[in-house]
Design a protein around this ligand. Structure first.
Ligand code: WTA
Length: 642
């Protein structure tokens, strides 16, 4: 019992305690985080809690500490919770069997697979790419990598062969773990086929392990390809976890940037573990016996931190869902909540907006009385969606936590604590203990007045900040630490009310959040420009009632006929889907004779954004344009987005 109580010691249970914890975390951050870190299992405690220099930039937490995160997620629970369900797996098709796996079984499965990794030459520091559907085996693969000390790089299974290859090559992965295919709604995604196409361009990959999921026929490359079930069959169920340094990398996860290739954010072992567990327990106020469901895909950070690591380190029961919210009907989420008596439900505003459009009877026919806490993540939640969520799903009795954070931050930075601190519709509310958030004006001066609107920045390290961009520390410095000296720059705008609550207003760079997915506009433009008939293109975001934002592409082509352009439109969308993934397809394409440019040749995106949003009257100063006439031509040909 002793160890379990240890984790509960970090839980804040009143507003006064939150204030006290916050105060301590700012006045003496090192003592504060040392106190939290005490509650975990270490092979050796740290020598130093924190050292950092954001002019380098460099951040180190719990240096000298030795641990393995999987011992905290699995081994430490065996005595008290070995027979407790660790993961409930709900299939895509409600007629298929549910799978449940206890902590003891998960421990054994992870150990078996860790042996498979080792037998295939994977060891500490090797990079392993995981391209899998939402199966228990995805979690097993992730944890097995962590157990052997390999660095996992999960790539969302909706990405194209090109995107997969780029990510594999960027971090020189030695192995790929995939499945024959994956079910999503009525679709069957041929993952192995896509992987084969990618691997033609990935010389670093020596071995591929394939989990048999759909049973579809696949091509086989002997020597390179191995079946998961054959490899694991005779593997030993015991594996001594590799002892890792606190600052050893745990994983790489790619996120879009405003320019160029995706950024491989690198997270390290100890700080990430401490912070995700701390925030999981406090934000969600998860109690023994609760059933927690985060609907994200493990291909994104939300899945890493709040399906796998945070909940498992906290000894929770976490639900993984293979399918999508609209299959077989738009009541699927609520059916799953009722079926498994879900107590904690964590999803994205896009899903809420899509589902609120359907008859509320789809909600009401399911028993949601088990729900205690609702969460939102990934993009700003509008008032209407917040109200609908709170009323129809939470029956006005469940707190709603709006959690603001990023791939780069590893865990939730701003959120209310469910039922403990105050909530306010559309506001993420207050920073977590340890998070020194501030607002800056354009010159980088802190806005100190009670209410303010500006650019969000964080002025002190927290344990789970990404340590670098894999292979490109200069870019890390440039993107996150150069906008404002000695501050972490998340790239979001925010406003603050008189009580200090933050509301995130959206990106301040060229990243567009479409249905909760970050998409840099530059890579999409590059994909479009690959079409031989395209001269140049510019992609911007505009508000969309369900997706939050959608993409609007302005394209200059060599052809001028409407007929040719119609065909081109389909080809361009197909090209983007193949190059990046279906999520990056522009909603609208407008063929234009030119793009508004400054005298230095820079595209004036501000104008394009306004036109796409239908705000054609108030375009601001266009006098600095090289070609001001083009603006009216663009407006007259605008695609109707309302
Ligand atoms: C946006 C997802 C408003 C924000 C965890 C951020 C949000 C980007 C919220 C990171 C929220 C995330 N309210 N905006 N609660 N949560 N965002 O890396 O713009 O996929 O910078 O991490 O999503 O997206 P990412």
């Amino acid at each position: 019992m002793k160890r379990e109580r240890k984790l509960d010691k970090m839980v804040i249970t009143s507003e006064a305690q939150y204030k006290e914890a916050y105060k301590k975390s700012v006045e003496d951050p090192q003592a504060f985080w040392a106190g939290i870190a005490e509650n975990f299992q270490w092979h050796k405690k740290w020598d130093r809690v924190l050292s950092y220099d954001w002019s380098v930039p460099e951040t180190k937490w719990f240096e000298g500490g030795k641990l393995n995160i999987t011992e905290n997620c699995l081994d430490r629970h065996l005595k008290e919770r070995g027979q407790q369900t660790a993961i409930i797996w709900e299939p895509n098709d409600p007629g298929d069997d549910v799978r449940k796996i206890t902590y003891a079984e998960l421990h054994e499965y992870v150990c078996r697979f860790a042996n498979v990794l080792k037998d295939n030459g994977i060891g500490k520091g090797d990079r392993v790419c995981i391209y899998m559907p939402m199966l228990i085996e995805l979690t097993v693969a992730v944890l097995a990598c962590a157990r052997v000390g390999a660095i996992h790089s999960v790539v969302f299974a909706g990405f194209s062969a090109r995107s997969l290859a780029t990510r594999i090559n960027d971090s020189q992965c030695k192995m790929l773990i995939t499945a024959d295919g994956g079910f999503r709604g009525t679709k069957n995604i041929p993952l192995k086929e896509i992987a084969d196409e990618a691997l033609d361009h990935c010389p670093s990959v020596e071995n591929v392990i394939i989990y048999k999921n759909t049973g579809q026929s696949i091509e086989w490359v002997s020597e390179r390809d191995h079946w998961w079930h054959l490899e694991t069959r005779n593997a030993s169920p015991e594996f001594t976890a590799e002892v890792m340094d606190a600052e050893d990398p745990l994983f790489i996860l790619y996120t879009s940037g405003s320019t160029g290739n995706p950024k491989g954010m690198v997270h390290s072992c100890a700080g990430y573990m401490v912070y995700t567990t701390y925030t999981f327990k406090n934000v969600f106020q998860y109690k023994d016996g609760d059933i927690y469901w985060c609907t994200a895909d493990i291909g994104w950070i939300t899945g890493h931190s709040y399906i796998i690591y945070g909940p498992l380190a906290a000894g929770a029961t976490t639900l993984m869902f293979e399918g999508i919210p609209s299959y077989p009907d738009n009541g699927r989420f609520w059916e799953v909540c009722a079926k498994h008596k879900v107590t904690h439900f964590y999803t994205a505003p896009t899903a809420i907006r899509a589902l609120e459009k359907h008859p509320v009877s789809l909600v009401e026919k399911h028993d949601l009385s088990g729900l205690k806490v609702l969460g939102s993540v990934g993009e700003p939640i509008n008032r209407e969606a917040w109200m609908w969520y709170s009323k129809h799903i939470g029956k006005d009795k469940c707190p709603v936590v709006d959690t603001w954070w990023q791939t780069e931050t590893g865990g939730i930075l701003i959120s209310s604590l469910a039922g403990v601190t105050r909530q306010k519709a559309t506001f993420a509310t207050l920073p977590m203990p340890g998070i020194q958030a501030i607002l800056l004006d354009n010159e980088g001066k802190e806005l100190k007045s009670d209410t303010a609107e500006g650019t969000l920045a964080i002025k002190y390290p927290w344990p789970s900040i990404a340590r670098t961009i894999y292979g490109d520390h200069d870019r890390y410095k440039k993107v996150y630490f150069s906008a404002f000296k000695d501050h972490y720059f998340p790239g979001d705008g925010a406003l603050k009310d008189e009580e200090g609550n933050y509301r995130i207003t959206g990106r301040v760079d060229d990243v567009v959040i479409v249905s909760g997915h970050n998409l840099g506009t530059a890579p999409i433009e590059n994909a479009i420009n690959e079409h031989e008939m395209v001269v140049e293109s510019a992609v911007v975001g505009y508000p969309h009632p369900i997706k939050g934002n959608a993409l609007y592409a302005y394209v200059i082509t060599y052809s001028n006929t409407e007929e040719a352009n119609q065909k081109l439109e389909d080809e361009i969308k197909g090209l983007v889907a193949r190059t990046i993934g279906a999520i990056a397809k522009p909603e609208e394409i407008q063929f234009v004779p030119g793009l508004p440019k400054t005298r230095s040749g820079k595209i004036m995106r501000r104008i394009l954004r306004k036109v796409a949003s239908g705000e054609c009257e108030n375009l601001g100063d266009t006098s600095t344009l090289l070609n001001p006439d083009i603006v009216n031509e663009i407006i007259s040909g605008k695609v109707n987005t309302n």
